[in-house]
Structure formats: C-alpha cells, structure tokens
Design a protein around this ligand. Structure first.
Ligand code: HEM
Length: 453
C-alpha cells in the first residue's frame, strides 16, 4: 500500500466514522442533514436557516460550524493552523512560507475563505449552466448550494474548500438581475494569441473545489452534481494539480510549472489585509452594486503549453523568455529567487530582457502598481490532442477587485510576448466570486437575489 493509498483509506475511515456519529467538539452553531454520504448529499435545507433537529442520530452529520471548532482538529487531533495573526504585514509580495495554510476552512465570513488560503496540491474548476427558470428557482438553488457547500466543507476530509462564482450570463434577462451586474463583468473575449474553444469557456456558475487529494475533489463535485440534477448542468471542467516538490518543500518554494520554471514566486501577499482590501476584495468605495462588496473578480484561463516545442530550445533562450534563471528562479543577473529586479536601473534590459515575461507582466512602474493580481496557477494534463501532442498546460486563475485594471490590463501588456510562441490559451472565462456567507441565516448571493428587479 502506498503512502497515498494509506491517506486515502484513512480519509474514508474518518469520513465513514463521521457519517455515523457526531464529533464531540463540533457543537457550536450547527444544523444537521438527514443523510450525507460521499456523492449522495441530502442536506436538510427546506427551512434552511433554522437549526434542524436530526431525526435519526445514527445518520446525522454535522454542518456549518464557526469559530475555533474545527472538524479537522476534532477528527485528527491536530490543532488548526491559522497563520493570520502571525502573518500580518503590508509588503507587496508574499514571503516564502507565509501563505495561509489550507488547514481548517471556515465556511462563514465576509469573504469566501478559499480565495486566500494556500494552494492545495489539487483542485477542480467546474463551470455550470444554471437550469433554474425564475428568480425564485434560482434563490432556492442558491440556498441549497449554500447548505451543500457548508456540508461538504465540514464533512469532507483534508480541509476541502469551495469557491462559488457567477459568470456574466447570470445577468442576462432570465432572472431580472441585469441592473445588478458587477461593473466590469463581461464575457471573456479572445486575446490575439487565443484559440478559444467555446465548449471550454464561460458559464453561469463556477465552482472551484480545492483540496490536496484529487479523489476528494471528485467526490465533492459528484455530490454537487447528484444533488442538483435539475438545477445545474456541467458545461466544462478542468482538473489541475501542483507538481509534488511543493509538498516536499513544505510549500516554502514556488512550484515548478511544466516549462520547468518556478511559478508563483512573485505574488500578492495574501496575508496582508491592507493589500487584499485594496487589490482583491470589492469594497464600499468601488462604485459597484452593494451586493458585490466582499466579493472579487475571478479570471480563469486554460493555457496549453506547447512543451514539445519548448523543450528543444536552448536553456538561455528559455531563461530570456521568462526573465529568470531556471535552476534557482532568480531574476536574470541576480542570485536568489526572492531578489527583486531593479528595472529602473536597467533601462536596456541587460539583466532581465525588456520583452521577458516577468518584465512585461510587471514592469514595476507607477502604471503597473494598480494592476497587481492574486495569482493561483496550477498544472493540468488532459492526455493527448488529436494530433498526438501532449495536451498539458497551466490553469491560471487571478483574483482582483477590478477586472479591467487587473487581469485584462496585465494580459494586454503580455500580448506579443515571446512566450506566446510556446503557449495557446483555449478556455476559461471571467467570473465574479460571490461575497462570503456570513451566518446560517445568510446564503450565497442573498442580497443580490433580494434586490428588486
Ligand atoms: C502558460 C502561461 C504562463 C507561464 C508559463 C507563466 C510563467 C511564469 C513564471 C515562470 C513566472 C516567474 C515566477 C513568478 O514570479 O511567479 C511568472 C511570473 C508572473 N506571471 Fe506568468 N506565466 C504564464 C501566464 C501568465 C498570465 C496569463 C499572466 C497574467 C495575465 C501572468 C502573470 C504573471 C505575473 C503577474 C508574474 C509575476 C511577475 C513579477 O512580479 O515579477 N502569467 N509567470
């Protein structure tokens, strides 16, 4: 039995124990479901916000707990890691090892917690078409989805978290929400190097499942599909993962992407409330509809990397295209991964070339300060294309408070970069990650759905 098998079967054992008995410590702010099995979730939601008394103690499962109570702690004896207090600082870039650890995931809060936690080793991004026929049906769907998400995050092992987002099509004529569309939310248009495949783009509702084990992500996705057959139709999905050395290094080093370079070195510091409020969360002064406050724009891009072509070009050419050395990950001309290049002092690009990816993407001039984004990049592998080439790449996600100033501005700066010869974006879309669910009386998009048409 491999280490992975052992973890998986341990997960199953603990999960099965949970569906038979209540955790002794998870007794705060709870409500129960009648039955909750992997792939067969039956949340008891009809009077969704009143604590329900389970009729059959042998089958009840705990949902929705707040505060210190942590399911992981309850079942594993391991105290939840909250790096919040330790990590408060206002630097622009995340420091190694300070990213929030994906330990206990609180479901309730002003923001969806999954957006700023450290990247797990695996994830699924699933985009759905919403089949609800009216505002009332949509409201019912969002209530159920809230209960299901709280349930899955509470009962699934390995600290599953989920992120729920709306696409621009939710604000068409179906639900009378057009006047409430977030200001910058549009259907993603193709950039010059894109070859978008409509079957892998857009969607009404996006759910991201984040947890270290691919199996748990799949089980959570199946649970959602099983419970919403009349409400949601899967449009596309993309499974993704981080290469294992990230785990080996206790997530202190950036993971390598399939081009062989460390990816994620220079990123917004997700431990800084100042930066998150400024660059990620939509706030009260944004001029955005009130219901959006606490949410964030989510740009998703499925970017195929043409590895066969990349792997035959010389190392120095690869490094000039990215702007970092491949082994250490340092900016060219510097020694260490975390060194910060001085572009002002190098106007001719003698160190980092002017066209290099990292310089184009973040020239570090006053104009680019406003376009900092919180990146979450993962590798994906879909086997082979019909032409017999590897169908692999980067599933890129960026969170920002202003889509135009963030992802669209950054991607526009990248148009024509030398890296384009080795990548082909073919899917994804723009979404708005909903504000968090603040209590058991709240549900996803409640304020939006209660607003008059
Ligand atoms: C397959 C496509 C891509 C590859 C292989 C790639 C690779 C890399 C690598 C190796 C780095 C340097 C390490 C780091 O700081 O994380 C980097 C940095 C970065 N990339 Fe990309 N990237 C890709 C697409 C994108 C896209 C689509 C965007 C946004 C539109 C983007 C935005 C950034 C940013 C903001 C940085 C940090 C630059 C800095 O502040 O120094 N990348 N990328």
């Amino acid at each position: 039995m491999t280490a992975e098998d052992k973890t998986t079967s341990a997960s199953h054992l603990a999960f099965n124990r949970l569906i038979r008995e209540e955790s002794p410590t998870a007794d705060c702010n709870r409500f129960a479901v009648e039955r909750c099995e992997i792939g067969n979730l039956r949340a008891r939601a009809p009077t969704p916000y009143a604590p329900a008394v389970p009729s059959d103690p042998a089958r009840r499962v705990l949902l929705g707990f707040i505060g210190q109570a942590c399911f992981t702690a309850a079942t594993s004896g391991v105290a939840p890691k909250t790096s919040l207090a330790a990590g408060l600082k206002e630097e622009w870039v995340a420091q190694p090892g300070t990213d929030r650890i994906s330990g206990c995931q609180n479901f309730y809060g002003r923001h969806q917690s999954s957006i700023v936690t450290a990247q797990p080793l695996a994830a699924i991004v699933a985009s759905f078409d919403v089949l609800a026929g009216s505002r009332d049906e949509l409201t019912a769907l969002m209530k159920w989805l809230t209960v299901a998400t709280a349930a899955l995050m509470a009962v699934m092992m390995d600290s599953l978290s989920m992120t729920v987002a709306f696409g621009a099509s939710m604000f068409d004529t179906r639900f009378g929400l057009a006047t409430q569309c977030p200001k910058h939310l549009v259907t993603m248009n193709a950039f010059p190097n894109d070859a978008l495949d409509n079957d892998r783009c857009h969607g009404d509702l996006l759910i991201q499942f984040n947890v270290d084990t691919a199996e748990t992500n799949n089980q959570a996705l199946q649970a959602v599909l099983k419970d919403f057959p009349d409400g949601l139709s899967l449009r596309w999905r993309q499974d993704r993962f981080l290469l294992p050395q990230t785990a080996g290094a206790q997530r202190r080093d950036a993971s390598r992407n399939l081009l062989g370079f460390k990816d994620g070195t220079s990123n917004l510091d997700a431990n800084s409330p100042y930066l998150l409020n400024r660059m990620v969360w939509v706030g009260n002064t944004s001029g955005e509809p009130g219901w959006t406050h606490g949410g964030t724009y989510q740009a998703v891009r499925i970017i195929r990397t043409l590895v066969e072509r990349w792997n035959v070009i010389p190392l120095h050419e690869q490094e000039n295209i990215i702007g970092r050395d491949k082994a250490e990950g340092a900016p060219l001309g510097m020694a260490h991964e975390r060194d910060v290049p001085d572009y002002l002092g190098d106007p001719d690009g003698r160190g980092v070339p002017l066209l290099a990816h990292i310089r184009r993407v973040n020239p570090s001039d006053p104009g680019s300060t406003d376009s900092l984004i919180l990146r979450r990049g993962y590798t994906y592998s879909n086997g082979l294309t019909k032409a017999g080439e590897l169908d692999v790449g980067l599933l890129f996600t960026a969170f920002q408070s202003d889509l135009e100033r963030g992802f669209i501005a950054v991607q526009t700066r990248l148009n024509g970069e030398p890296l384009e010869r080795h990548i082909k974006p073919d899917g994804g879309g723009y979404f708005f990650a909903l504000p968090g669910v603040e209590s058991t009386r709240d549900h996803f998009a409640r304020v939006l759905l209660e607003t008059d048409a």
